[in-house]
Each structure stands twice: as structure tokens, then as C-alpha cells.
Design a protein around this ligand. Structure first.
Ligand code: MG
Length: 424
């Protein structure tokens, strides 16, 4: 009887541990250096860095690109890179510009809308890699299509993993695809993780760094009155508005924590984040002996972009300017103040809850950030709205895409209803 109880206790503890950890999603052994690329989100911050890298240093061919509304960049890019396929995901922007573009570039195949994005990924048969740099959960279906087609995914869209991590995990397992992180912290961790990952129990903590955003020296009461301009004034990174708002409240770091859980298969209790003001150290691993492996570079997205595209080969050309260690800023670290960044704690909580909780959190955050950017709510209302939405919707578990899409839509609908918006 005692043996029976011990067995069941051990099984229970095993199941509890399993619920908090998973298989790493990288499948990096399947990856090959990129030769032809489909770039989703060409006009954003990561998209522009990617194009700049390709134009300066690379022989990688650009076959297909997408933009959301920034159609103004298309003519130059199509000409310069002989691009064969283009998608404009915003249907209004597509209606306004497709006629002229088709006349100017009759040889190019054009697509439009969210469905067009998936069709373009499928049509771009020369591409061995898809870099997804679109903003928000809009990247999920195109990423899933690329996984099913066995392409290497260079993932710069964290919302895809946060919203549908279990679906991505199950699709990756059954494909020839690999997933190389482009988010700077995860790419840095990946660089010190590979080589350690095959040694059982050698990694005891995965540590993300955070700049602390523009409010790291503000008091909680000062943050209450933060304006849109102050929120958008990031101290170290130049990024798009959505991720800059996320960074100011450390919700970006919370989403990255969930991203790290899925990417590296580590339980939440083994992932932490620290403030590092200079953004020179992007990620660390604490080894089981208490030592640390850290990855350092200037805060420039060219490092993770080039690494993800070239992997598993080395990036052949140094990114200017190279900074000697004697010229690095001091590598100091601080704890995150939970009272100052309540959104960070909510993300951790949603990650630990699992199931559709991160999808609800992410969708609520996308709507809340958009309301804030329209000056309709205060910055400090964002975490309150996330908590309210998480408490208003039932959490479900599974690996069917439908339950995550439904959770995402419910959260958006609930918030739009609360603010009297007509549903798109
Ligand atoms: Mg990041």
C-alpha cells in the first residue's frame, strides 16, 4: 500500500513538473543557412533592418515580401531585389495601390489581406526561410503555413508563440521545419544555449535582460501621469510603437518570458528577467554549477537578424562598429520592481496558468495598446484591462488552433464592447 501511494505521489509530481515544461521548439538541427527569403513585415523595424542587412552584406535572395499599409516602399524594393511576390495585408491599402503596382510591375504576383499572406507563403516556393516580423497575432496563420511547408522560421513575432504556443509546438513536431528566434534576448540565449542543450540538467536558469524602459527611474505615482510621448521615448532601442509601449510597462518582457518558455522548453520557475540599462547583455544562462554564460553585443537588431538567417553557418561579416570590451558600458543589473511594472507579473501569471490564458492576455494587450495610442486610455489602464479581461473569460486547454483563435477573438470583442467600438 505504501509503495502504491509513493508511486502515485511520484507520478503526480512528475505530471505537475511536465505541465510547467515542454519540449524545446527550436529543432535547430534541421536548419540550413538561408539562401532565399520570404520577409513578412518588410516595412517595420525588424523588416527594415533585415533589408538593410541583405543590401549591405548578403547574397541572400529576397523572393517575397509583405507590408501592412506602407505601400510607398514597394516600388524601390521590387526593383532593387527583383522581388517576385508581394502581399499588402491591409485590404484598404491594397485597394488603393494594387492597380498602379500591377501596371508598373506586371511580372510580379500580388496578394492582399490576411488570406493573401498565407497564399503568398505557399506560392513562394523558392524560399527556404520565412522571417516573420509582422506585428501581433496576425502572424499566426502564415507562420503555421510555413511550418507545414518545412521552411526555416526566423521568428521576430513573439505574439505568435504567446497566443498559440501549444499549436506551434504540435505542428513543428510533425514537420521538417526549424524555428530560430530573432527577438534579441531569445536569439542571444539561443547562442549560448546551443551546445549546452544536449547536456541533461546543465541549464538551471534562463535569464532575459530588460532595459527598464523610459520609466525605470520614475516613481509609481509619476508613471500614472505618463503621456503618449513619454511612453514612446525608449532609452536604448528604436522600435515600432506597439513594442515600445509594451516595453515601457515591461509587458514586452512578460511576453518574452512566455516566448522563452515555449522556445527553450524550460519551466516558468527557471526563467527570470533583470533590468540591464545599457542593453549590451541580451540574454544569459545560469549553468547548474552556478556559473553564467552571457551573450553581449551592441543594441542593434542586425545581430539577431543576421544570425538567424545565416544559422547554422557563422555570420561572415562583422557588423560595424565593433566595440572593444574596454569600451563597453558597465554591465550592471537590477531587480524588477513589481509595483512599477504590474503588467510583467500578469504575463508571468498567464504563462503559468497556460492553456488559452496567454492568448487572452496578448489579445487584450493589443487592443489596450491601440486604445492608449489613440489617447483613449491612460498608460496605467493597460495592466488593469489585461487583468479584467483575463478574469472575464474562461481558460481552455488543448492543441487545436480553434480554441486559441476563439480566445483571442473573445478578448478583443470584450474590450471593444467595453469601449463602444464597432467590431472589425
Ligand atoms: Mg526583445
Amino acid at each position: 500500500m505504501r509503495c502504491y501511494l509513493q508511486f502515485h505521489l511520484a507520478l503526480f509530481i512528475f505530471i505537475l513538473c511536465m505541465a510547467d515544461s515542454n519540449t524545446p521548439l527550436l529543432y535547430q538541427n534541421r536548419a540550413k543557412p538561408t539562401s532565399t527569403l520570404t520577409l513578412l513585415g518588410a516595412s517595420g523595424s525588424v523588416g527594415s533592418t533585415t533589408i538593410d542587412y541583405l543590401e549591405r552584406n548578403s547574397s541572400i535572395k529576397l523572393e517575397a515580401i509583405s507590408v501592412h499599409r506602407s505601400t510607398g516602399i514597394l516600388s524601390r524594393l521590387i526593383r532593387k531585389h527583383s522581388i517576385e511576390k508581394v502581399c499588402i495585408t491591409d485590404t484598404t491599402a491594397a485597394t488603393g495601390s494594387l492597380l498602379d503596382l500591377k501596371r508598373e510591375f506586371p511580372q510580379v504576383e500580388f496578394f492582399s489581406g490576411p488570406t493573401g499572406l498565407i497564399q503568398m507563403v505557399e506560392a513562394a516556393q523558392k524560399s527556404d526561410t520565412v522571417l516573420t516580423a509582422v506585428v501581433g497575432a496576425a502572424g499566426i496563420n502564415a507562420t503555421l503555413k510555413a511550418i507545414d511547408l518545412g521552411k526555416k522560421i526566423a521568428l521576430a513575432n513573439k505574439e505568435t508563440l504567446v497566443t498559440a504556443g501549444p499549436v506551434i509546438a504540435s505542428r513543428l513536431e510533425n514537420s521538417e521545419s526549424s524555428l530560430i528566434p530573432v527577438d534579441s534576448e531569445h536569439n542571444a540565449i539561443f547562442q549560448v544555449y546551443t551546445g549546452r542543450d544536449h547536456i541533461p540538467d546543465s541549464i538551471s536558469q534562463v535569464i532575459l535582460t530588460a532595459s527598464g524602459g523610459p520609466f525605470r527611474d520614475w516613481s509609481v505615482s509619476e508613471i500614472q501621469n505618463a503621456t503618449r510621448e513619454q511612453v514612446l521615448n525608449h532609452p536604448t532601442w528604436s522600435m515600432g510603437p506597439k513594442i515600445t509601449v509594451d516595453s515601457a510597462g515591461m509587458i514586452n518582457k512578460g511576453l518574452e518570458l512566455i516566448e522563452a518558455h515555449f522556445l527553450f522548453g524550460v519551466p516558468y520557475r527557471s526563467i527570470q528577467a533583470v533590468i540591464h540599462r545599457d542593453s549590451y547583455v541580451h540574454g544569459m544562462i545560469r549553468t547548474s554549477d552556478g556559473g553564467y554564460l552571457i551573450a553581449v553585443s551592441r543594441p542593434d537588431m542586425v545581430y539577431p537578424v543576421a544570425h538567424a538567417l545565416c544559422y547554422p553557418a557563422a555570420v561572415p561579416v562583422a557588423h560595424d562598429p565593433v566595440v572593444e570590451p574596454a569600451d563597453w558600458p558597465s554591465l550592471s543589473f537590477e531587480k524588477i520592481d513589481p509595483a512599477k511594472y504590474p503588467g510583467f507579473g500578469l504575463c508571468t501569471q498567464a504563462g503559468k496558468t497556460g492553456g488559452t490564458a496567454p492568448a487572452i492576455l496578448n489579445a487584450a494587450n493589443e487592443v489596450a495598446v491601440s486604445l492608449f495610442l489613440q489617447n483613449r486610455i491612460r498608460f496605467t489602464d493597460i495592466p488593469d484591462l489585461l487583468e479584467w479581461t483575463l478574469n472575464s473569460i474562461n481558460i481552455e486547454t488543448g492543441t487545436e488552433l480553434g480554441i486559441f483563435v476563439e480566445a483571442d477573438q473573445k478578448a478583443r470583442a470584450l474590450l471593444h464592447e467595453r469601449y463602444g467600438d464597432s467590431l472589425q
